[in-house]
Each structure stands twice: as structure tokens, then as C-alpha cells.
Design a protein around this ligand. Structure first.
Ligand SMILES: [Fe+2]
Ligand SMILES: [Fe+2]
Length: 269
């Protein structure tokens, strides 16, 4: 089984409406204008889409931050890049990142929710999460941990009731490997230094990963690709930013050997 995992394209743009100058979006717009747009190259996302069209996979996983400030115009722009994948019929699993849930403005929340339903071709909606879905030989647990936060923070939170559900799903007999799909890494190497950027409420999920109840955690948020995998390919894999670093992950699962493999794909055009 083949899984294409990518993350953090961070489509950006200007303020979509005048209210953006009076909420957190102004920080994101400023950040994009003066910093991010020089690093992010959407041609790399286009190259990845072309690759997947030529080399089909069983499922595409996107772990969020499609946008920079979660505005409708940014979702509309990234949609055009992803349309060929979405229309190909390949299952597409997307969880939003903190930048996709940037502010509480109803038009922005609506655009994010519409994106979830559009990419999944209506097979799940935002409010269905957390949810468990079997695709091919694996069970995928889709978890949202992104919520609007204050001006200075890009942290995430796993809600208690979501932890309970995931624990329940992981307590039964394991029929297939379980892959957790979330935006934030469960493991944080510098929890104090990165207190404004890390995930909270995830301790029990990390225990499930360490005990093997969860086989693989696929995530983004951190833009440099990073893996903490054991000899059987179990652990956590951060895809890195497709547009900043031109990387995505091709994950294979060999059911006979019960082993995951990971190959980094590079899209540098
Ligand atoms: Fe990001
Ligand atoms: Fe993020």
C-alpha cells in the first residue's frame, strides 16, 4: 500500500477584507508579505501533484496549513492546485493546520470547513473529527487539534473528549496498523523553547504511540522534514513543508512483512 504524505503549502495573499486589519490575520498577512512568500514556492506543490498523477498512490494525506491566514481567497487558490488529485478519485485525507483555523471570522471558518468536505469529496466533514477510517490495509485516525489562538501563539490542543475517543478506538483488538493523522507533532524536542508553537493535551496519545497501540503518527507544522521511526517504520513522521522545502513522503506498507517504509520525494522546480 502506498501513502503520499505532504504538508504545509501555506498559500498566501493579501487581506481578504478590511476586517483582516483588525484581527490576527494582519500578523499572517504581514508575515506572508515580508517573509513567507520569499520562501514558499507553489510550483513545488504543482510538481508534487503531477508526480502523483503519474505515479498513483492508494491514499493522499495532507496534515494541514494549506493557507497562511485561513482566508477564503487562500483556500480558493490552493484548491486549483489540488483539484487534479481531488478529482482523481484517490482517497484524500486532510486535517486543518493552525493557519487554516487562524481566526474565528465566520467566512474563514466556513472556507476551512468547506475545504475539508471538498477534499474528502463529501466522505467526511469537519465536525466528524476525530474519526477513524479504513483505507486499504490501514486504519487512519483523523484528529483536529487546530483552533484560533491569540496573536503571538501557534499552539494546538487535543481536547479531552477526543483523547478519550482515540483511546477507545485503540483499546480494541488491532485488525490493521493504526495511523494517526494530525497537524502537530506529538513529540516535541524543545517543549520549553517552543511553548508558543507546540501541542498540548497530547500526552496520552504519545503513550499510545510509544506502546505501539498507534503505529504511525503523520504530521506537519514543523517545516523541516523529521522522522523518529524504529526498524519497522513505526513512530512519528513530519512531512515538512512542500512549498518551503520541496519535500513530501512516500510511505509504503508491506502487509506480508508488517513493515512501513519511507522515501522522501523532492520537488525542487
Ligand atoms: Fe506550517
Ligand atoms: Fe502549523
Amino acid at each position: 500500500m502506498k501513502i503520499l504524505h505532504f504538508s504545509d503549502p501555506h498559500t498566501g495573499g493579501g487581506a481578504g477584507d478590511w476586517r483582516a486589519y483588525f484581527d490576527k490575520r494582519i500578523v499572517g498577512v504581514f508575515n506572508y508579505r515580508f517573509r513567507r512568500r520569499f520562501k514558499m514556492d507553489l510550483n513545488r506543490l504543482a510538481a508534487m501533484v503531477e508526480y502523483v498523477q503519474a505515479n498513483p498512490v492508494d491514499v493522499v494525506v495532507c496534515t494541514g496549513d494549506l493557507t497562511s491566514t485561513g482566508q477564503p481567497g487562500e483556500f480558493a487558490a490552493v484548491k486549483e492546485y489540488l483539484r487534479p488529485l481531488r478529482d482523481s478519485g484517490t482517497p484524500f485525507l486532510y486535517v486543518p493546520g493552525n493557519h487554516d483555523c487562524y481566526v474565528k471570522r465566520p467566512s474563514c471558518v466556513r472556507a476551512m470547513e468547506e475545504m475539508v468536505g471538498w477534499l474528502s469529496r463529501g466522505s467526511y466533514v469537519f465536525s466528524d473529527m476525530p474519526l477513524m477510517r479504513t483505507v486499504g490495509e490501514c486504519d487512519f485516525i483523523l484528529l483536529n487539534s487546530s483552533f484560533p489562538s491569540n496573536l503571538l501563539c501557534s499552539w494546538g490542543k487535543v481536547r479531552g473528549r477526543d483523547v478519550e475517543l482515540v483511546e477507545k478506538w485503540c483499546s480494541g483488538e488491532k485488525k490493521r496498523p493504526r495511523i494517526l493523522v494530525g497537524h502537530f507533532p506529538l513529540q516535541e524536542a524543545h517543549p520549553i523553547l517552543r511553548f508558543r508553537h507546540r501541542l498540548y493535551g497530547q500526552k496520552k496519545l504519545l503513550e499510545l504511540l510509544r506502546s505501539g497501540a498507534i503505529d504511525l503518527s503523520l504530521c506537519g507544522h514543523v517545516h523541516r522534514p523529521t522522522d523518529r521511526l524504529d526498524g519497522r517504520g513505526r513512530g512519528e513522521s513530519i512531512a515538512g513543508s512542500i512549498c518551503a522545502n520541496g519535500v513530501a513522503s512516500l510511505i509504503t506498507y508491506d502487509q506480508g512483512k508488517d513493515v512501513f517504509g519511507l522515501e522522501r520525494l523532492e520537488f525542487k522546480r
